[in-house]
Design a protein around this ligand. Structure first.
Ligand code: NAP
Ligand code: NAG
Length: 323
């Protein structure tokens, strides 16, 4: 018995140490504090706001009295999340609007944009947060590989369709949630939809690199419009993002404990997008990437202007924007 406990302790301790090496320094020392009125009168769209980073972010924006448009593919889940964040936001809070948006359907993206044009007079911040990670090979309604389709192409069209409102609301901001895993990606221009060979981790990385190249080219195009666009990498956050990743049953409790100890909470993960949405420090700053509320240096493949332009043109054609 005591041997078993000892072995368990040693193995458990070893795994925790290994986790610490793999996931160094995720925790946030101090949460951002802005004056309560910071976002009063401002409208912010958050995609994927029903859970994870997006929900925590929506909650913080609501506390800062924004009008928060929760753009979600599951309206029931969004309503539940809205109840939670309203309850937590206190007596003086902004407003929540729930809207259906499925980024895996360009028809849905267009419909969402039409409704925004009809119902909203301004957009101060658009936060492209929704994302899908390492799902089995599936395709969006238009036949795009799911991770590229949702993480990049759906948001590409969405941003495009909302640009007129963002410009008329200037100074306004676009915030793009990428990931450090972009480092392991490339844009496979020969087979963007991975028809011939699907590697789910590669495709996630490709989509997150696409987020960065999109940010780069969009910032160039938006110079002198009063609309800025910046990306961020949130770090490793305890969310439902890993839902498609299989963890052996026995390792689950350990993984859960380690995630509590070493991963950021959703609120901690929401700090950098909150900073980019609210902080006066980044007024006028555009085309950059941030981590832990500081500018982050990117690998050359994420600052390649030619690749960014090429991806832009192909994306336009893919989503049916090219003439
Ligand atoms: N967690 C991390 O460690 C980490 C690290 C780096 C980057 N990120 C990035 O952070 C962002 C937020 O992820 P998270 O960690 O908060 O994960 P999450 O809890 O799984 O949230 C992802 C959100 O995206 C939504 N979504 C997925 N497919 C969609 C679609 N087709 N249309 C509309 N919405 C869709 C999800 O909606 P449903 O709930 O309906 O599925 C959910 O609201 C993602 O862009 C992710 O790549 C996360
Ligand atoms: C899949 O892609 C990842 C990241 O790009 C790479 O490290 C890995 O070796 C690839 N796996 C296969 C089987 O090619």
């Amino acid at each position: 018995m005591s041997t078993a406990v000892l072995v368990a302790a040693v193995v458990g301790g070893g795994v925790l140490l290994l986790m610490r090496r793999l996931f160094p320094r995720q925790k946030v020392a101090k949460l951002l504090q802005y004056p309560a009125d910071t976002m009063r009168g401002k409208t912010v769209i958050v995609t994927g706001a029903n859970c994870g980073i997006g929900k925590a972010l929506a909650g913080e924006l609501l506390k800062l009295r924004a009008r928060v448009v929760m753009a979600c593919r599951d309206v029931g889940s969004a309503e539940e999340a809205a109840r939670d964040i309203k309850k937590q936001a206190g007596p003086e809070q902004g407003e929540v609007v729930i809207k259906h948006l499925d980024l895996a359907s360009l028809t849905s993206v267009r419909k969402f944009s039409e409704e925004i044009h009809e119902e909203e007079s301004r957009i101060d911040v658009l936060i492209n947060n929704a994302g899908i990670y390492q799902c089995p090979y599936t395709k969006t309604e238009e036949g795009f590989e799911m991770q590229l389709g949702v993480n990049h192409l759906g948001h590409f069209l969405l941003t495009h369709l909302l640009l007129d409102v963002l410009k008329s609301s200037a100074p306004s901001r676009i915030v793009v949630v990428s990931s450090k895993l972009y480092k392991y990606g490339q844009i496979n221009f020969d087979d963007l939809n991975s028809e011939s060979n699907y590697n789910k981790s590669f495709c996630y990385s490709q989509s997150k690199l696409a987020n960065l190249l999109f940010t780069l080219e969009l910032a160039r195009q938006l110079e002198d419009t009063g609309v800025t666009v910046n990306a961020l990498t949130p770090g490793i956050v305890r969310t439902r993002l890993g839902r498609h990743v299989q963890i052996p049953l026995l390792a689950k409790p350990l993984f859960y404990l380690a995630s509590l100890a070493f991963f950021k909470s959703p609120l901690e993960g929401a700090q950098t997008p909150l900073y980019l949405a609210c902080s006066p420090e980044v007024e006028g700053v555009s085309g950059k990437c941030f981590a832990n509320c500081e500018e982050e240096e990117l690998m050359a493949k994420a600052t390649d202007e030619q690749a960014a332009k090429k991806l832009w043109d192909i994306s336009r054609r893919m989503v049916g924007l090219a003439n």
